[in-house]
Design a protein around this ligand. Structure first.
Ligand SMILES: [Zn+2]
Ligand SMILES: [Zn+2]
Length: 218
């Protein structure tokens, strides 16, 4: 199952130009099987896309991208808005653990250096020990830093996931996650991530997908 795990829509992310209706049609056309909508600190966009997906027969999984003192976290299984202040990672991690959700550092090496350079060794270690997976392929991050994130995931034995971090329609699917089985719902998604039965891929590594980067369609 091919899933773009990190998409922003215009509903809750003012920095995005993607309307949920167009998103679902586009994702289907690209060849994705499902999408995760992960807005900045708010779940409304994910809810809207989820309902629309149900009506149109396309799987949308709901998540949220929460800004913490240790960077942006993709969170699944905890469906609520983040407060307007920077959430302490430790607090968020406890809450996610209590509900059996998954917490995944987004773009851990985003064009500023590795996670260790950004946070320092101690904080980076603590973060990696508590994470359920790492976003090793992020569509908004250059390939060198994605490679670095992949190396970190490997050495900490963390599952790696991929997501486009799309803010424009043409970016949807540029990075994605391949799951070994069909996912019916968010519980399945969380279970498969935690068990590591997933792999991050660039769009061109999956021959069945259409390359839409930059609006170019084949
Ligand atoms: Zn982010
Ligand atoms: Zn994002």
């Amino acid at each position: 199952m091919l899933v773009d795990m990190h998409v922003h829509t215009i509903i809750s992310s003012p920095c995005s130009f993607i309307h949920p209706e167009e998103l679902i049609e586009w994702a289907r056309e690209v060849g994705l099987d499902a999408l995760c909508v992960t807005e900045h600190d708010e779940v409304e966009g994910a809810m809207v896309a989820y309902e629309l997906g149900k009506q149109r027969g396309f799987s949308v999984f709901r998540g949220v991208e929460i800004y913490t003192d240790l960077g942006d976290m993709l969170v699944f299984g905890l469906l609520r808005d983040a407060p307007s202040w920077i959430v302490p990672f430790e607090e968020l991690w406890r809450e996610v653990r209590e509900v059996g959700g998954a917490i995944i550092p987004a773009h851990p090496c985003r064009n500023q250096g590795s996670l260790f350079e950004i946070l320092g060794d101690e904080k980076a270690e603590a973060l990696l020990r508590r994470s359920d997976a790492l976003e090793v392929l992020n569509g908004g991050t250059n390939r060198e830093y994605n490679r670095l994130a992949m190396e970190i995931a490997r050495s900490y034995r963390l599952p790696g996931v991929g997501g486009s971090d799309a803010h424009h329609l043409a970016q949807v699917g540029r990075c994605l996650t391949v799951f070994q089985r069909e996912l019916e719902n968010e519980e399945d998604l969380i279970e498969e991530i935690k068990s590591g039965r997933c792999q991050a891929r660039y769009i061109e590594e999956v021959p069945s997908l259409r390359k839409t980067q930059g609006g170019e369609k084949k």
